[in-house]
Design a protein around this ligand. Sequence first.
Ligand SMILES: Nc1ncnc2c1ncn2[C@@H]1O[C@H](COP(=O)(O)OP(=O)(O)O)[C@@H](O)[C@H]1O
Ligand SMILES: N[C@@H](CC(=O)OP(=O)(O)O)C(=O)O
Length: 243
Amino acid sequence: MIVQKYGGVAMQNYTSRQRVIAHIQKAINDHQKVLVVVSAMGRRGSHYATDTLLELMPNANNRVEADLLSACGELISSSVLSSELNNEGIPATILYGKKAGIFTNDDYGNAEILQVDTFHLLEGFKDHSCIVVPGFQGISEYTSNFTTLGRGGSDLTAVVYGHHLNAELVEFYKDVPGVMTSDPFINQGAQLIPSMTYNELHKVIIEPVEIIQKRAAIFAALHKVPLHIRSLYKESDGTKIIE
Ligand SMILES: Nc1ncnc2c1ncn2[C@@H]1O[C@H](COP(=O)(O)OP(=O)(O)O)[C@@H](O)[C@H]1O
Ligand SMILES: N[C@@H](CC(=O)OP(=O)(O)O)C(=O)O
């Protein structure tokens, strides 16, 4: 069983999601079961991207409402992908809200995960090779409100599931070949790093555009979750994060 995470760029349109579906099919062939964590579609300006949704509430002073609004992006994305997988003949199911099992405190916008309940995921895998879950969100243990896990938080969702489900691997499909010596969109001479330690990964996570969310990298290092960061588009081997 593996976990795959697809970010906003991978989920942005039908064509990119066709690549997502091809990677999921391959994962089912190779690993039998795959948990797919998705982010909201696209970047600022795309209809359902997190930043676009948040523009609907420019003066948000109620963090309950802001988190509910942001969580909608991943709910849209996961429902669309699950439907497209089924249309392609890949029987997938979607789990969200309490059934996704990520329970948090009430620190809206940057909630802390208090408990992970994998019951419904394990039940789902009895009948399905593929389960799709919206990333970036949890449910408050105290109020049952939607909460979010900090910007870039779908990475954390994926790593947390990887740990609690004892996944063989957590894969991240990005718009870069893997982790490079620096951001290739800034430095064209950047080189792919084929493998690195958790410590080395930590050093290349530089704001504002983090290759992987810092909280996710810290959690992965703490629990030794095996990570593979790779390209959605190119048949590159990407970067393996090893101890
Ligand atoms: N060292 C690095 N190697 C590769 N990409 C990097 C690096 N540092 C920053 N980045 C940036 O990280 C981005 C990928 O992260 P992100 O956009 O959060 O992915 P996604 O949302 O698709 O999961 C790349 O588009 C790139 O601009
Ligand atoms: N959509 C959320 C969560 C996330 O992880 O997105 P992405 O995987 O596209 O970075 C955000 O923009 O913060």
